[in-house]
Design a protein around this ligand. Structure first.
Ligand code: THU
Length: 135
């Protein structure tokens, strides 16, 4: 799927954002290796730390349906300036991808493209645990 089409999916996902506390509404769309697309939005909670980000919701939906290979991820916020994924989401993406194209956009479809490697350099991934296990 081209970048703009994936951004449009994230804009669609953003419509379901449940963000009554921050009012910061976020949508995400992840494209899997087989072409399937999973959408996510942020879901907040009155017990504030329980809220989750749009990117993680999209990734967890995909993983829970058996998809762990990703091609790219689009994220849309309402910010005029581009607002890339938070650190926790970067690490969750890293669990499944050493690198990934991350397309960040605003609702006017202003787009900036990042790579996971750029957003999370020298990252800690699943391979590290395998290397570091005690006997
Ligand atoms: N949020 C996301 O959905 N993705 C991010 O990468 C950053 C933050 C959400 C979480 C919370 O609901 C709101 O934005 C304010 O932090």
């Amino acid at each position: 799927m081209d970048n703009l089409a994936l951004v449009k999916k994230a804009i669609e996902a953003r419509q379901n954002a449940y963000a009554p506390y921050s009012n910061h509404r976020v949508g995400a769309a992840v494209e899997c290796e087989d072409g399937s697309i999973f959408l996510g939005c942020n879901v907040e909670n009155c017990a504030l730390p329980l809220g989750d980000c749009a990117e993680r919701v999209a990734i967890y939906k995909a993983v829970s349906e058996g998809h762990t290979q990703f091609k790219k991820l689009a994220v849309v916020t309402g910010n005029e300036e581009i607002s890339p994924p938070c650190g926790a989401c970067r690490q969750v993406i890293r669990e499944f991808c050493k690198d990934l194209e991350i397309i960040v956009a605003n609702p006017n479809q202003k787009i900036k493209i990042f790579t996971l490697k750029e957003l999370l350099p020298n990252s800690f991934g699943p391979e590290e645990l395998k290397k570091g296990q005690d006997e």
